[in-house]
Design a protein. Structure first.
Length: 534
């Protein structure tokens, strides 16, 4: 060992050539190891999906609640204890049928008191009317006394005139004249007293008439109080306002009902459970696509394997905001002849808003794929196949702010649809186009509907077709309706059966190569089952 060290030291110090001889073997070994590790790496592997032909339907999915068409809350307008119940949960009732009885004892006593007050007021009116008749008779008698006093006053005046004439002739004495004068003055005074008595009696009569009118008003007041007490007593009988089914009973016998501030709800009645409604909370991004009369499907947790169908009856304009998320109620009517569905059930609703039949279906994963090429290689490949850098419709997209053709709006939606990311508003959507199952993701990236149910989209995308020689060919496509897994091809040269690349093994990390049946590499999604490596 010491001899080798001495030889190496001597060789190193002898010349530059000796040093080179010592350094060359390790460097050559490193070069060989590097060539073995990196130069023998297999070529890039592509993961593909086949182009298919079939139907595509874009749907809006939301979560809603099943409700009866007409639901009535039956309350109580009076307070008291529940004496009897004549209906229970799920009871069938008819309009006007007695369903509960509140203890009427207190209200019966109140009615008796009100009726007694009414009788007292009526008796008071009768007494005042009798007084009025008596006063009218007194006034007539007093008017007769006025007439008698007026006649006496007239007679006394005539006697006074004759006495003055005879006194002037010297026939009668002065004392006789004084007596005649006093008699005439007394008659006038008696007339004035009689007239004053008549006026006083007339005033007394008016006062009695006013008292009678007041008593009549009191009679009307007592009558209203009695009617109110009678009505309150009638309200102790709780009757069904409609024909229907009791879906809720909130009281028991003996329970006290307090109706001081608001009427407490005793029962909830559903009028007709054979026709019901779904109140679906629809995201504001989707509500503009939904049209009244559109067919809808939904599932419920109680019957997960059964599909129910209905029709959009109304899209209500009243917005609901929860944590800055705006939703609108979409009302869907449906028939429930077997009454399998109950009010309050959660419904997972699917509403088709656009569809295309017998069309070429492009996997959304192919529109998201971008090959690992340099900018020069990419431009060269596009020029080879006569594809412009921006593609058809670029000017229109620039004016609308959509970006270039590789802005994969549809792909973004497909990725979320595969991962099940919830949309804003707590609802999830999956563009499966037929099942309406819960779950799935909300589309993003400005995807617009197409064909029969919505406006025709005018998006372009570049996909990469794998040729038999394992090279890539870029193809420009005009896109239409999407279900966020597949997108309709409106224009393009792709045919059913073509292999479109949806992913590739990285050039910089060979460890990402996957065996069939294993997990997909990052960035790969889309249909077609397990990915294939070409």
């Amino acid at each position: 060992m010491n001899g080798i060290k001495a030889w190496a030291k001597a060789t190193w110090e002898r010349s530059v050539m000796g040093r080179a001889l010592l350094v060359a073997p390790p460097v050559a070994l490193l070069v060989m190891v590097a060539y073995w590790a990196y130069g023998s790496r297999p070529p890039v592997q592509y993961y593909t999906a086949k182009v298919e032909k079939g139907n595509i339907a874009q749907v809006v999915q939301a979560t809603g609640t099943i409700n009866a068409v007409t639901t009535v809350q039956v309350g109580s307008q009076v307070s008291g204890n529940i004496a009897q119940l004549f209906a229970d949960f799920n009871s069938k009732v008819k309009k006007g049928q007695l369903i509960a009885q509140i203890d009427p004892a207190t209200l019966q006593a109140r009615l008796m008191q009100a009726e007694a007050d009414l009788e007292n007021a009526l008796a008071n009116v009768k007494g005042l009317e009798a007084q009025i008749e008596i006063q009218k008779a007194d006034i007539l008698a007093m008017k007769a006394g006025v007439d008698r006093a007026r006649a006496q006053s007239k007679e006394a005046g005539q006697n006074l005139a004759r006495t003055k004439e005879l006194f002037g002739q010297g026939i009668l004495s002065a004392s006789q004249l004084d007596t005649a004068q006093a008699t005439a003055d007394a008659a006038v005074a008696s007339l004035r007293v009689a007239e004053a008595q008549v006026e006083q009696s007339s005033a007394r009569l008016k006062s009695t008439v006013a008292q009678r009118d007041q008593a009549k008003a009191q009679v009307a007041q007592r009558k209203a109080a009695a009617e109110l007490a009678r009505l309150d007593l009638a309200h102790t009988r709780i009757t069904a306002p409609i024909d229907g089914t009791v879906i809720a009973r909130n009281v028991d016998v003996g329970q006290t009902v307090a109706a001081s501030l608001q009427a407490p709800t005793l029962f909830v009645l559903a009028q007709d459970l054979t026709k019901m409604l779904v109140y679906a909370k629809t995201d504001e991004a989707d509500v503009g696509k939904i049209k009244v009369g559109a067919m809808a499907t939904f599932r419920v947790d109680s019957f997960p394997r059964e599909m129910f169908r209905g029709r959009v009856q109304q899209v209500r304009m009243n917005a609901t905001m929860v944590q800055n998320v705006v939703t609108y109620d979409t009302i869907i009517e449906f028939d429930n002849p077997e009454q399998k569905l109950f009010p309050g059930m959660t419904a997972y609703v699917s509403i088709p808003v656009a569809w295309a039949n017998d069309t070429v279906k492009i996997p959304n994963g192919a529109m998201r794929f971008k090959p690992e090429l340099t900018e020069e290689e990419r431009k060269e490949l596009l020029a080879k196949y006569n594809i412009s850098e921006e593609g058809p419709g670029a000017g229109q997209r620039r004016s609308s702010g959509q970006g270039d053709g590789n802005r994969q709006a549809a792909g973004s939606g497909g990725n979320e649809g595969a991962s099940g990311t919830p949309s804003k508003g707590g609802m999830t959507r999956r563009g499966s186009g037929g099942e309406g199952e819960p779950g799935g993701g909300s589309p993003t990236g400005g995807m617009r509907t197409g064909m029969m149910g919505g406006s025709q989209r005018d998006d372009w995308a570049t996909v990469w077709k794998l040729l038999p020689n394992k090279t890539l060919e870029p193809v420009r496509l005009k896109l239409g309706v999407t279900d966020f897994t597949f997108t309709q091809m409106v224009e393009g040269t792709v045919k059913p059966g073509d292999e479109l690349v949806i992913g590739q093994s990285s050039k910089n990390n060979n460890a990402q190569q996957q065996q069939p049946g294993g997990p997909r590499p990052p960035g790969i999604s889309g249909p077609g089952g397990m990915p294939r490596r070409m």
